[in-house]
Design a protein around this ligand. Structure first.
Ligand code: PGA
Length: 255
């Protein structure tokens, strides 16, 4: 089946709390490998905030773009330790990941917090990647579609510029575990996310990409890239090694 959509695939890497200045060498390898890929895909690495500035400078004039893993829900002011959307944009970030389960569950962020961060990101003129996903228990209770619909409707404002929004479906039970839903299941869940997006944004929502995330590896990237309704991937562990990230990117380049 030809699953190539009109939407440009996005291969996004989330380094989480990993990476020191010596890790910039890995970014240079990724950038070099991408330049050899003859494809339209967009490739993004989100290092920790401390590396955004140096990373952006390091890959300037290559296809690799740099993003952030989070931003503050406030604009500026007396919020010790927080980093604003304008600050990450100023450091060179072109995207920000928001609502990752390690923040929703691990740091108690609510849909309202995420909605405010989405607004901050869009005001700073960067793309937002909004993560949604069900827990193992919600899946067992067959509530996945309902949970995702609520997360989407409550964390993405109704009046956004759709071209700046990407959704990442990341089942919480698949993150860092090596477990991945079947391709048929990913296709079904993405179709239901697409339906929610169309209900809310109509035709404009067609521009919104839906990524899959959770234990994406070189070994399963080809199968995921061939899955209907998948516009790219959000990769954690396997984005830390240039060889793995490039192999995943290649799977999307040849699909
Ligand atoms: P993983 O993480 O690829 O290591 O499972 C994915 C994510 O947290 O975005």
């Amino acid at each position: 089946m030809n699953t190539k959509s009109r939407r440009r695939p996005l291969i996004a890497g989330n380094w989480k709390m990993n990476g020191l200045s010596h890790s910039l060498a890995e970014l240079a390898l990724i950038a070099k490998g991408l330049d050899e890929l003859d494809d339209e895909l967009e490739a993004l690495i989100c290092p920790p905030a401390t590396l955004i500035g140096a990373a952006s400078a390091h890959v300037r004039n290559t296809r690799l773009i740099i993003g952030a893993q989070d931003c503050s829900s406030d604009v500026e002011g007396a919020f010790t330790g927080d980093v604003s959307a304008a600050m990450i944009a100023d450091s060179g970030a072109r995207y920000v990941i928001l609502g990752h389960s390690e923040r929703r569950q691990g740091r108690g962020e609510s849909n309202i917090d995420i909605l405010q961060k989405v607004e901050r990101g869009l005001s700073a003129k960067i793309g937002v990647i909004v993560c949604v996903g069900e827990t193992e228990q919600q899946m067992a209770e067959r509530r996945t579609e309902q949970v995702l619909r609520a997360q989407l409707l409550e964390s993405v404002p109704p009046d956004v510029n759709c071209s700046a929004v990407t959704i990442a479906y990341e089942p919480v039970w698949a993150i860092g575990t090596g477990r991945v839903p079947t391709p048929a299941r990913i296709a079904d869940v993405h179709a239901s996310v697409r339906e929610t997006i169309s209900d809310r944004f109509g035709q404009a929502g067609e521009e919104i990409r839906i990524l899959y995330g959770g234990s994406v590896k070189p070994e399963n990237a080809r199968e995921i890239s061939a899955t209907p309704n998948v516009d790219g991937v959000l990769v954690g562990g396997a984005s830390l090694k240039a060889r793995d990230f490039l192999s995943i990117s290649e799977a999307f380049a040849v699909r």
